[in-house]
Design a protein. Structure first.
Length: 512
C-alpha cells in the first residue's frame, strides 16, 4: 500500500503522537511547543486536502484497520460528508494554532504551556476520530476524548470561574456521553454489530423494536446536549466566556459542529429518513426546538454586555440553523445545514479570534469598553465587522448562502412559516452586532487600558486617551484576517463548498 492509502489513519495518528511528544518538546524548549503544534496541524490540514481530492475523484474510501474486513473489524470511512467536516476542522485547527502563541503566553501560566499544546493535540485527535470512524462504539470513544480535552482546556482559563465552567460542562457532558453509550449498547444488543454501515442495513427490519426506539431517544437527547441545542445549552455560555481566548475560538468553531455531524450520522446513516419521518416524529420535534434555538439564541445574545457571552449565545442560535436543515429532510435544507457547519466555523472563528486580540491588547471584554477600537486597531475591527455581517446573513457573505438554502428548503418542505423565523433571527442578530459596531466606530475612546504588552505601541492621543499605533502581532492578525476574508470569498464564490455539501446531502438522503 502507498502512503496515500494510509491517509485515513495518519490523520489521527499524527496529532495523537504529537500529543504524546509535546511534553518532551516542552522540556527541551517551551517555545518549541508552538512551532511543533503549527507544523502538526498544517500536516493534518494537508492530509485533509488530499482526502478531499481523493473522495471527489473516486468516491467513498474505506480503510480497514489491521486488514480485518468490516463489520468484524474497525473501519474508517471517508465520504462526502466526513471529508467536508475533516477539512473544516483541520483548517480551523491550523489557523488557531498559528494564532495561539501570544494569546497562550498572555493567558496561561508558563509552566502549563506544554500541557496546553499537548491537550490541544489530543482535542484535534478526538475531532478527527469522531469524523472519520465507521464504528459507532469508537465514535463514542473519540467523542469522549474530545470532551475530556475540552474540559481540560477550559479549566486553564485565567479566571477561577473557568474551573466552575469546566466542572459544569464535565457533569453535563458526562450525562450526554452516558446517554450516547446506552444508545450504542441497545443497538449492539439487538443487532450484534457496531459498524455504522452494517447498522444501517440491519436496523430497518427492527424499527418496531422497543430497544431500537429507546436507543434512538438516548442518542437524540445525548447529542442535543453535546451540541448545545436549546434548551440543553446551559453549559455553553460560561464555557465559552471563561475559557482562554484560543480555546473559545477553536471550540466554538469546531466542537459543536462535530456534534452536529454525529447527529446527522445517527439520523441518516445509522437510522434512515423513513424512520425519522414515519416511525418516530423526531423531525417535527427537532424543527420546533431548532426554531426555538434560532430565536432564543438571538434574544439572549441581545441582552449580554460581555462580548464573549454575546458570541456564546449567538452560537446557540447557529446550532439551531444546522439542526433545522437536518430536520427538514430535503436536499436543499440539508445542503444548507451542512454548508453552515463550514460557514459558521469561519464566522465564529474569526469573531472569537478578534475578541482574543482585544483581550490581549486591552484586557477588556465588556462591550461598553469597545469605544473607539476602530481607530486603535482598524484591521482587527474590520475583520470583526466582516464576521458580524456574515452572522447577520448580509448578501455576498457566507451567512447569506446558508440562510438562502435553509429558506429554500423550508419552502420546498411546505413549511413557509420557518422563513420568518430565519428573517426575525437575522434582524435580532443585526441589532446586537450593531451595538458593538456602533461602539467601535461611532464613539470616542474614553478608557485608559491597564494591559499594555511591550510591543503594543500605545501612546497618548490628542484627546487624552490611549491610542495604539500598532495592530496585534502578525501571528495573531493574519489568521483572523484570513478567516474574515474567507467569509466574503465563499459568500461570493460558494460553488465548491456548496457542491461538496450537496453531494453529502444526497448521500445522507440515500441518493448516492
Amino acid at each position: 500500500m502507498t502512503l496515500t492509502e494510509h491517509l485515513p489513519i495518519l490523520i489521527i495518528i499524527v496529532p495523537l503522537f504529537a500529543a504524546i511528544l509535546m511534553p518532551l518538546t516542552g522540556v527541551v524548549n517551551r517555545s518549541l511547543c508552538w512551532y511543533f503544534t503549527v507544523l502538526v496541524t498544517f500536516v493534518v490540514f494537508l492530509i485533509a486536502i488530499s482526502l478531499v481530492c481523493n473522495v471527489m475523484e473516486v468516491g467513498r474510501i474505506s480503510y480497514r484497520l489491521g486488514g480485518w474486513e468490516p463489520p468484524w473489524g474497525i473501519e474508517y470511512v471517508v465520504d462526502s460528508l466526513s471529508v467536508f467536516v475533516l477539512l473544516v476542522v483541520s483548517f480551523i485547527a491550523f489557523a488557531v494554532a498559528v494564532y495561539a502563541r501570544r494569546s497562550v503566553e498572555a493567558e496561561i501560566p508558563a509552566g502549563k504551556v506544554p500541557l496546553f499544546y499537548s491537550v490541544y493535540m489530543l482535542f484535534i485527535t478526538g475531532l478527527m476520530g469522531v469524523t472519520i470512524t465507521g464504528d459507532i462504539f469508537n465514535l463514542y470513544v473519540f467523542l469522549e476524548i474530545t470532551s475530556l480535552s475540552i474540559y481540560t482546556l477550559i479549566a486553564m482559563g485565567p479566571n477561577r470561574r473557568a474551573l466552575i465552567a469546566s466542572f459544569n460542562y464535565l457533569i453535563l457532558g458526562t450525562i450526554a456521553g452516558t446517554f450516547v453509550l446506552i444508545g450504542v449498547g441497545y443497538l449492539y444488543m439487538v443487532t450484534g454489530t457496531l459498524n455504522i454501515a452494517d447498522l444501517g442495513v440491519l436496523l430497518p427490519k427492527l424499527y418496531g423494536s422497543s430497544a431500537v426506539l429507546t436507543a434512538f431517544a438516548f442518542f437524540t437527547v445525548g447529542l442535543s446536549l453535546k451540541l448545545a441545542l436549546f434548551p440543553l445549552h446551559i453549559w455553553l455560555p460560561n464555557a465559552y466566556s471563561y475559557a482562554p481566548s484560543v480555546v473559545s475560538a477553536v471550540v466554538a468553531a469546531t466542537a459543536t459542529k462535530v456534534g452536529a455531524y454525529v447527529l446527522l450520522r445517527i439520523l441518516f446513516t445509522v437510522f434512515s429518513v423513513d424512520f425519522d419521518l414515519s416511525v418516530v416524529p423526531v423531525t417535527y420535534i427537532l424543527i420546533f426546538f431548532a426554531s426555538l434555538a434560532i430565536i432564543m439564541g438571538s434574544v439572549l445574545a441581545l441582552s449580554q454586555t460581555n462580548i464573549k457571552r454575546m458570541l456564546a449565545y449567538s452560537s446557540i442560535g447557529q446550532v439551531g440553523y444546522i439542526v433545522l436543515g437536518a430536520a427538514l429532510t430535503n436536499e436543499l435544507a440539508l445542503t444548507g445545514s451542512i454548508i453552515h457547519i463550514f460557514n459558521h466555523a469561519l464566522m465564529k472563528g474569526s469573531l472569537f479570534l478578534v475578541v482574543g486580540i482585544v483581550v490581549y491588547k486591552t484586557g477588556v471584554t465588556d462591550i461598553s469598553e469597545f469605544k473607539g477600537l476602530g481607530r486603535k486597531m482598524p484591521i482587527t475591527m474590520a475583520a470583526f465587522t466582516l464576521g458580524a455581517l456574515s452572522m447577520i446573513g448580509a448578501p455576498l457573505t457566507v451567512g447569506f448562502v446558508s440562510k438562502w438554502y435553509l429558506a429554500l428548503g423550508a419552502i420546498d418542505a411546505g413549511m413557509w412559516f420557518l422563513v420568518p423565523v430565519i428573517l426575525i433571527s437575522s434582524i435580532l442578530t443585526a441589532v446586537y452586532f450593531w451595538r458593538v459596531v456602533e461602539k467601535i466606530y461611532f464613539y470616542k475612546p474614553d478608557t485608559v487600558y491597564e494591559v499594555e504588552p511591550v510591543d503594543s505601541g500605545f501612546e497618548p492621543g490628542t484627546d487624552g486617551c490611549i491610542v495604539s499605533r500598532l495592530e496585534a502581532p502578525v501571528t495573531m492578525l493574519v489568521p483572523t484576517v484570513v478567516l474574515s476574508i474567507l467569509c466574503i470569498v465563499f459568500g461570493i464564490a460558494a460553488t465548491l463548498p456548496v457542491e461538496i455539501a450537496s453531494r453529502a446531502a444526497r448521500l445522507l438522503l440515500g441518493g448516492g
